[in-house]
Design a protein around this ligand. Structure first.
Ligand code: 3LM
Length: 407
């Protein structure tokens, strides 16, 4: 695979092989199966003795280009595309774990990942412990003789805690464990976990990689020896395959990833500063802010802080709901990484699969609001936040006055 000096070139050209008619855009091979020139050739392809497509669940030329581009961007030997981010999360984990194994997972993971690990895996004899990965000694203490994997997101969905990849990899190597990192919030443009020694990297490609809110997809990246079972056992036999049309859309979206990540990060940084200085805002969670404990890792493992942030208002839960409902430019929707700014309430939406106790232990309060800052002009974004906070303050004041009158 051709390597490029700059990732901003790789997002456009990485893995592209020009086909005979010379089309600039990657051709879409919207075909479930592929015709063999003869019977011997078909058998040779199944035996891995001849290259060439067989059947789209096993590989497809359009999807292959997405996988080559992702491998180049993450600095991996190979990448395997999945039909969703959860397909990639479960695929990566199941490629490493079997009945009787144990994994240590970071507290505060995307809600369905938490449900997969804590509710589904025990049905198959896979146990887990949930630990704060900012405390490396606690991670070490949770490791058992049957532990195989350390699993984390960094920054964490939704409260943006940042975990130290170098420290976690050092511990994993000492203990002979596999590290798996969900890099969805950063993309390889802002963070490349494999370069820190992580073994497997996952993305929900639904988010920034595609970037246009019209695809559900995932991808796993890593070295060939670990990717072989992901491709040939997990995706082939479990079948969470990506549609070639969706791979084509992601390849198109990827071309602007460098520009988009810069704009998302700049916009989110400005929003974080604005909110941190606002009297109605109790707390802002964004690693770009010097007040954030993960800020020290900016520059060392993250090139920028990305487009997602969380906040809490002084008024608590009711104020949070009022604030979300008052926003006009921000759409009330789960997901992130789209051109449109989105707002959601983690406790009742993305992180509702947690029990109330698990959510509290993971640091996800009922009054937390998550913003996925989009690509709109920053003045329009700030104006929307300002008007929503002003309306919240007005309704707080009238509620207080009504309370005083009734006394
Ligand atoms: C969300 N997250 O709004 P898909 N890993 C991470 C994620 O954030 C997600 C996945 C994996 C959200 C989705 S909630 C119903 C909407 C860090 C998804 C799973 O399977 O492609 O959705 O990815 O935070």
């Amino acid at each position: 695979m051709a390597a490029f000096k700059h990732q901003s070139t790789c997002v456009i050209h990485g893995g592209h092989e020009r086909c005979a008619p010379g089309s600039l855009s990657t051709p879409l091979y919207q075909s479930a199966t592929f015709v063999f020139p003869n019977c011997e050739s078909g058998g040779a392809r199944f035996a891995g003795e001849e290259s060439g497509p067989i059947y789209t669940r096993l590989g497809n030329p359009t999807t292959d280009e997405f996988e080559r581009r992702m491998a180049l961007l993450e600095g991996a030997e190979d990448a395997v595309a999945f039909g969703s981010g959860m397909g990639a999360v479960s695929g990566a984990l199941l490629s490493q774990l079997a009945s009787g194994d144990h994994l240590v997972a970071a507290i505060g993971l995307y809600g369905c990942t938490h449900a997969l690990i804590s509710e589904q895996f025990p049905r198959f004899g896979i146990e887990s412990s949930s630990v704060d990965f900012t405390d490396i000694e606690a991670v070490e203490a949770a490791i058992r003789p049957n532990t195989r994997v350390l699993f984390l997101e960094t920054p964490v969905n939704p409260h943006l805690a940042v975990y130290d990849l170098d420290a976690i990899v050092a511990l994993a190597r000492r203990k002979g464990l596999i590290t798996i990192v969900d890099n969805t919030f950063m993309t390889p443009l802002l963070q490349q976990p494999l370069r820190h020694g992580v073994d497997l990297v996952i993305h929900s490609a639904t988010k920034y990689l595609n970037g246009h809110g019209d695809v559900i997809a995932g991808v796993v990246c890593g070295r060939r020896e670990l990717m072989e079972p992901v491709r040939m056992a997990i995706r082939k036999d479990f079948g969470a395959v990506l549609s070639p049309h969706d791979a084509w859309l992601i390849l198109r979206g990827l071309k602007t990833l460098a520009l988009r990540m810069e704009r998302h990060s700049d916009n989110a940084m400005a929003v974080a500063h604005y909110l941190e200085a606002h009297p109605q805002v109790a707390r802002v969670y964004y690693p770009g802010l010097p007040s954030h404990p993960g800020h020290r890792l900016l520059g060392r493992q993250m090139r920028a802080a990305g487009g997602v942030l969380a906040l809490e208002l002084h008024g608590g839960f009711e104020d949070a709901v009022r604030f979300v409902n008052q926003l006009k430019l921000f759409s009330i929707a789960v997901s992130l990484g789209d051109a449109e700014s989105l707002v959601q309430h983690p406790a009742s939406m993305t992180h509702s699969p947690y029990s109330a106790e698990d959510r509290a232990a993971a640091g996800i309060s009922d009054s937390m609001v998550r913003l996925a800052v989009g690509l709109e002009h920053i003045e329009d974004i700030l104006a929307d936040l300002k008007q929503a906070l002003a309306l919240c303050s007005e309704s707080q004041q009238s509620a207080r006055m009504a309370g005083e009158e009734s006394q």
